[in-house]
Design a protein around this ligand. Structure first.
Ligand SMILES: Nc1ncnc2c1ncn2[C@@H]1O[C@H](COP(=O)(O)OP(=O)(O)OP(=O)(O)O)[C@@H](O)[C@H]1O
Ligand SMILES: [Mg+2]
Length: 494
């Protein structure tokens, strides 16, 4: 079962990502620290030189201090305030480590002249050991960085030896000089291993309560739906994760969580069998909202119509009656769906019943939208322009159940014709069309339906909500009368 791995993929940002994001800030701090130490070294060298006590090594130290000061200063300025991707972060970190390795190597070998520092820990070894904590990665990456830094250190020595600036060393002298680098590489590997296992534990803690995610079913504008299993209960479940990373303000986030809780509880209180059953909900440690619901076997209406094309009249009426039953109860409880569209209506085989409809996504996704969302945000988040009522395109908050009546009319039209009511338009053009364009009649699309059904859909699609059927019960009653004149659906199995 791909539990933790799957969980890690979906719960953004995972720990490593968090640490890497913070790592930019830490790198800036380190660069500033290196710059500070280099400045102090520079001041000391200048004092020594001005007191006439300068040796050749003082010049080397001074050159190194100026070089490190410029480098660290540039790094601090370049990185400040930036949000690097984890990949960029690792590349910058590794580049920094290599430059540090060559600089500190040259200075160390020149100043120590081969062996006098052999017993102490060179700066590069310290940097190699600290690296996996500062810029977390896999143990293998830590080992690679350590070996690369050692190689650079050896190359620096070889270059100085070739230039005759340090004595050529034999193998044992080389081992003595560079063993600290190799030991540091092994330690870095161990540290990276510890950091990785801590990561796994945090990922584990970010599971959704007792649920583990198994397989991704699909993704929408605001989140993802996964199949999930419970550690003790046998019933299969689906988890919807709602992304909240667009909301930075902690107050907005808190308000959103409260609304999410209120709405999820309101939905969970609905008892109509055509409303999705909610088992559980919560907030993950990293702030994603989630709820757990029954897992359905079947297809949403978008996929159904995309695959099978336009649907028979009796089937459409059969499904719409079930949607009415779900929405009638929700409206009575004061809950407007606001996002009735084919992707949110699921048709399944439920026990022995075929074409059993379940309405999904009650008001829940919308809470993730900032309160003062502009019109474009409304299009992206709180509804789909192709299924929005005219009043909803103006102010998404001031809607009542009659917005769902309008959307049901659009849904019926889509199922009967297999096409969007105003064709393929850009989102903004769709919003305008919902307000201004007269919807085409079904017969114009070449679809024969009873005139009572055509009239009902036409009334549902009235621009003014006072001209629509007032309630879902009113729609359901008329659908019942229409169904009585149609062949039975689902047809009896032969
Ligand atoms: N309880 C469930 N059981 C099985 N499949 C589900 C369940 N809930 C949703 N799905 C499927 O998961 C997919 C993704 O659903 P999701 O609600 O994230 O997307 P959407 O409806 O296209 O967009 P939106 O975010 O606007 O609701 C859909 O294909 C849907 O059919
Ligand atoms: Mg949905």
């Amino acid at each position: 079962m791909p539990g933790p791995a799957a969980t890690e993929q979906v719960l953004v940002p995972p720990l490593r990502q968090d640490l890497l994001t913070d790592a930019t800030r830490r790198l800036v701090l380190i660069a500033m620290l290196v710059a500070f130490v280099a400045s102090v070294g520079l001041v000391f060298s200048l004092v020594e030189l001005s007191a006439g006590r300068g040796e050749p090594q003082t010049w080397v130290r001074m050159g190194a201090a100026i070089w490190m000061l410029s480098l660290a200063g540039l790094a601090a300025i370049g990185l400040r305030g930036r949000r690097l991707t984890p990949r960029q972060m690792r590349m910058v970190g590794t580049a920094f480590l290599m430059v540090l390795a060559v600089s500190s190597g040259l200075v160390r070998h020149l100043v120590a002249q081969g062996d006098s520092l052999a017993g102490t820990v060179p700066g590069i070894a310290v940097a190699v050991m600290l690296f996996p904590v500062l810029v977390p990665g896999t143990p293998r990456r830590a080992a690679f960085n350590g070996l690369a830094a050692t190689a650079v250190d050896v190359a620096a020595y070889a270059a100085l030896a070739t230039a005759g600036l340090v004595p050529a060393a034999d193998l044992w002298q080389m081992v003595a000089t560079f063993r600290a680098d190799l030991v540091a590489t092994a330690v870095a590997y161990g540290i990276a291993h510890v950091v990785s296992s801590l990561e796994e534990r945090v990922v584990e803690a970010r599971r959704m309560g007792a649920y583990t995610l198994n397989r991704r079913l699909g993704a929408g504008a605001m989140g993802e739906v996964w199949t999930a299993s419970h550690s003790h209960l046998a019933r299969p479940a689906a988890v919807k994760l709602i992304r909240t990373d667009r909301v930075d303000d902690p107050f907005a986030r808190e308000g959103m969580e409260k609304r999410f809780e209120r709405e999820v509880q309101a939905t969970a209180a609905l008892r109509c069998p055509h409303t999705i059953e909610i088992y559980d909900f919560g907030v993950t440690a990293d702030g994603s909202l989630y709820y757990v619901m029954e897992l359905l076997e079947g297809s949403d209406l978008q996929r159904l119509v995309d695959g099978e094309g336009r649907q028979p009249v009796a089937r459409v009426v059969h499904m719409c009656r079930q949607i009415c039953a779900s929405l009638a109860e929700a409206h009575e409880a004061g809950l407007v769906h606001r996002d009735i569209k084919p992707a949110n209506i699921f048709v399944c085989t439920y026990g022995r019943e075929r074409d059993f409809v379940k309405v999904l996504d009650f008001g829940l996704v919308k809470v993730a939208a900032p309160e003062q969302a502009g019109l474009t945000m409304v299009g992206a988040i709180t509804g789909t322009p192709a299924y929005m009522a005219p009043e909803q395109t103006v102010d998404g908050r001031a809607v009542d159940g009659r917005a769902d009546v309008y959307a049901l009319g659009l849904l019926a039209h889509f199922m009967l014709t297999g096409r969007l009511i105003f064709g393929d338009l850009a989102p903004a053009a769709y919003l305008a069309a919902q307000r201004n364009r007269t919807p085409p009649r079904l017969e114009d699309a070449g679809v024969e339906v009873p005139s009572a059904l055509q009239d009902l859909i036409g009334e549902c699609l009235a621009k003014g909500r006072d001209d629509r059927p007032p309630t879902m019960d009113a729609v359901a009653e008329r659908l019942e009368a229409i169904a009585a004149e149609l062949p039975r659906w689902p047809p009896r199995a032969t």
